[in-house]
Design a protein around this ligand. Sequence first.
Ligand code: 5GP
Length: 203
Amino acid sequence: MSTKGNIFVVSAASGTGKTSLLNKLTAQNPNVRLAISHTTRTKREDEVDGKHYYFVDTNTFEQMIGDGAFVEHARVHNQYYGTSTQEIERLRQSDFDVILEIDVQGAEQIRKLLPESIGIFILPPSWEVLEQRLNQRGTENPDSIALRLKNSRYEIEQASLFDYLVVNDDLQQAVDNVNHIILASRFRQTNNADALISLLQSR
Ligand code: 5GP
């Protein structure tokens, strides 16, 4: 089996359950690492700085943009979010599969910059379930919920630009499906070129 990892971009509308899915996936597959993004949004109660995000203020974020510190960044739900070059380099030194859990604007930037990356879009089973999950999560205030719902239509319209679509109806099923995509991607011809070349050269 190839030892080379891939870069995956995973996007979804807010409330789809993407974070639960990816947390379960990383617990299940030790070869996968999630890139830690920077953000200016307020830290939620259950979040840890440096683990879920690097939480920074707007001045620091804008300074980092000016310094060219990000491979991609975007304004999402009125806050800044971005993936630093340093974070990508840290994870790419290993043979891990790396997941960027980013929004559709960031996904577009990564698609151009790293065309070999693989895009996975997570769909909710219906609009009703999306709204329910967002309300039940209890982490957002009503304004933030309304804004996230308003943005969800635009986000889901971008799904056709991704390589894979996975519906998150049953969580474990969705985790397994994303895992199958990650495992299958390790066997892409480009990942296994060394094995092919050495076989052809040996006779
Ligand atoms: P949340 O505030 O719910 O953690 O994330 C809101 C949105 O920002 C989600 O769509 C999430 O994927 C996206 N996001 C998180 N980190 C990044 C990042 O580094 N870059 C971009 N472009 N979006 C991000």
